[in-house]
Write a protein that binds this ligand. Structure first.
Ligand SMILES: Cc1cc2nc3c(=O)[nH]c(=O)nc-3n(C[C@H](O)[C@H](O)[C@H](O)COP(=O)(O)O)c2cc1C
Length: 336
């Protein structure tokens, strides 16, 4: 039987263009975040508790919200009420920026996929830090781990990327239970070059040497389009620099499975990404002791099980949530 989301909400949202539907959904969840009654009604989707410990943090269940859905951290209480085991906000950049020209998100329903070339549209680290401080002071901070995903501002040249990450890191780390360094989005020119060993080591060393009251776990989010040699070098750099874990993976630039008439420029997510992304999880688990958070093509209990069997400790979803709605957690967590 179709859920309320699949039967009613999704057709309505899908009658709008993808970005309008996104703004409408985020605005609704943002509003709901201010009202206890609304949060209580969202809680009926919440799955049973299946606690998991990682990085010294307790996750009520291992299924999280992937970066990009709540880039500006506006709806944290609502995500927690819906039953996510953890939330990752961002990508946040040092400077506020509008992102690429629209249209820039494309649905491929038959493929259960999305293509996006948003380009880190976000309110910037200062505004987001202020918002998070306000949320904390209001007493509405969610009772689940919150990750903060940071990336490079488009206008900052690659040689100054470290300073750009450091700026956001200094402002935001006090709010994150873990901090993700995003070096793998395909929509900011040159960003993926930060996965090269010398550039990555420089960034990791700078972030790791930054003095602060409490050391937060640092997680690196990688591309699915890496060769085995590239992956090996990234894992070595992460291990040498005390990284806590890897998020595998971001969206792919490999569009081979997409019919040309549906194709668009940007990062591909959802079902067509699943196998490639799972293969990377398996390879990391086989070649390193770094814990893996799997992201890529999880849309039901079976695809989540594949990630855990490949060696993932936690799983995140984005595209699967767009297509399946909140019932997807009950289904996944119920089988764990
Ligand atoms: C519209 C859209 C925007 C995204 N924005 C970000 C982002 O800002 N930062 C990031 O690290 N990943 C971003 N992602 C990637 C997702 O976090 C996730 O890693 C990827 O989509 C694979 O998971 P999925 O197949 O469950 O969607 C975005 C994905 C989509 C579809």
């Amino acid at each position: 039987m179709k859920s309320l989301y699949e039967g009613l909400v999704r057709p309505l949202l899908f009658s709008l263009d993808a970005e309008t539907a996104h703004h409408f959904s985020i605005a609704s969840l943002r509003r709901a975040s201010h009202f206890d009654l609304a949060l209580r009604s969202l809680k009926r989707f919440a799955p049973p508790s299946k606690p998991k410990t990682l990085f010294g943090l307790t996750f009520p269940n291992p299924i999280g919200l992937a970066a990009g859905l709540d880039k500006n951290g506006v709806a944290l209480p609502a995500w927690a009420a819906l039953g996510f085991g953890f939330i990752e906000i961002g990508t946040v950049t040092a400077a506020a920026q509008p992102g690429n020209p629209k249209p820039r998100i494309f649905r491929l329903p038959k493929q259960e996929a999305l293509i996006n070339r948003l380009g880190f549209n976000n309110d910037g680290a200062d505004a987001i830090a202020k918002r998070l401080r306000g949320l904390r002071e209001s007493g509405r901070w969610p009772p689940i781990p919150v990750g903060i995903n940071i990336g490079k501002s488009r206008t900052t040249p690659l040689e100054r990327a470290t300073d750009d990450y450091l700026y956001s890191f200094r402002l935001l780390r006090e709010f994150g239970d873990y901090i993700t360094l995003n070096v793998s989005s395909p929509n900011t020119p040159g960003l993926r070059e930060l996965q090269e060993p010398a550039a990555l080591s420089q960034l990791l060393h700078a972030i790791g040497s930054e003095p602060g009251p409490v050391a937060k776990p640092i997680v690196v989010k990688i591309s699915p389009d890496l060769s085995p040699v590239e992956l090996e070098a990234i894992l070595a750099a992460c291990e040498e620099n005390g990284v806590a874990g890897i998020i595998a993976t971001n969206t792919t630039l490999d569009h081979a499975s997409i019919p040309p008439e549906l194709d668009a420029e940007g990062g591909l997510s959802g079902a067509p990404l699943k196998e490639k992304s799972t293969a990377l999880v398996r390879s990391i688990a086989a070649n390193s002791k770094l814990p893996v958070i799997a992201s890529g093509g999880v849309c039901d209990a079976e695809s989540a099980r594949e990630k855990f069997e490949a060696g993932a400790q936690l799983v995140q979803l984005y595209t699967g949530f767009i297509y399946r709605g909140p019932r997807v957690f009950r289904e996944i967590v119920g089988t764990l």
